[in-house]
Design a binder for this molecule. Structure first.
Ligand code: PEP
Length: 254
């Protein structure tokens, strides 16, 4: 039994609509209530427009909801952005920052992501900060250097955050949405490196901060991944859109 409470977060990405969400929320509610997985912290991250819907469907369950991104400034002339305080207004407990799709497709830098994480930490919004190397970086043996750079940019936020409300998601880019998963040993090696890097950076709560794995997690591989000592749960993309799969992944973390 690990000292850190496992966390499993579902990242719906840009999927869903009012009607299909309602089916998914209903299925998740009843499945998770039946399974009563109170040992696992469960978070659902739908697209921004459906955060209110998430609150309406999940508000009286133990399931939290969160956003997939947040602005890097508290307010102001930033058309199209959504602030930390707006997410708190909508009952969000968490925000994902630094997902590789935003790093790669939208050009977000580690520094920008660090600022977003700091704003979350300062306001008490839980942050799930993603890091991870590309396939080319792994093949060139640059994984540690990439993770070090990405984690270092998060250190000020992680030092300021309540460790119970700070999560680092190790998501190797080559494993996201590809059906290719890091082996449990590869995940453990990266997670241990990330934890040590946080501690070296002066993050006093490094041992208490959860490091979750993301990248093609399915019910069939979740048990062995989550059994590794530094793997404290998962960030789940595709499988979080299928209630039974997501439930079985949550069960694997219990
Ligand atoms: C993700 O988008 O964070 C993710 C891990 O996706 P998938 O589970 O589909 O690989």
């Amino acid at each position: 039994m690990k000292s850190r409470k496992p966390l499993v977060a579902g990242n719906w990405k840009m999927n869903g609509d009012i009607v299909t969400n309602e089916h998914l929320f209903t299925a998740l509610r009843s499945a998770l209530e039946r399974a009563s997985i109170s040992q696992v912290e469960v978070v659902i991250c739908p697209p921004f427009p459906y955060l209110g819907q998430a609150g309406a469907w999940l508000g009286d369950t133990g399931i939290a909801w969160g956003a997939q991104n947040v602005a890097a400034a508290p307010n102001g002339a930033l058309t199209g952005e959504v602030s930390v305080s707006m997410l708190l207004d909508l009952g969000c407990k968490w925000a994902i920052v630094g997902h590789s799709e935003r790093r790669t497709l939208l050009g977000e830098s580690s520094e920008l992501i660090g600022r977003k994480a700091e704003l979350c930490a300062a306001a008490g919004l839980g942050v799930i900060a993603c890091v991870g190397e590309t396939l080319a970086e792994r093949e060139a043996s640059h994984t540690d250097a990439v993770l070090a750079r990405q984690v270092d940019a998060l250190v000020p936020a992680l030092r300021a955050a309540d460790p119970a409300r700070a999560v680092v998601a190790y998501e190797p880019v080559w494993a996201i949405g590809t059906g290719r998963t890091a082996s449990p040993e590869m995940a453990q090696e990266a997670h241990a490196f990330i934890r040590a890097r946080m501690a070296d950076g002066g993050v006093a709560g490094a041992d208490a901060i959860r490091i979750v794995y993301g990248g093609s997690v399915k019910p069939a591989n979740a048990v062995t991944l989550f059994s590794m000592p530094d793997v404290d749960g998962g960030l789940i993309g595709g499988a979080s859109l299928v209630a039974d799969e997501f439930l079985n992944i949550c069960r694997a973390a219990a």
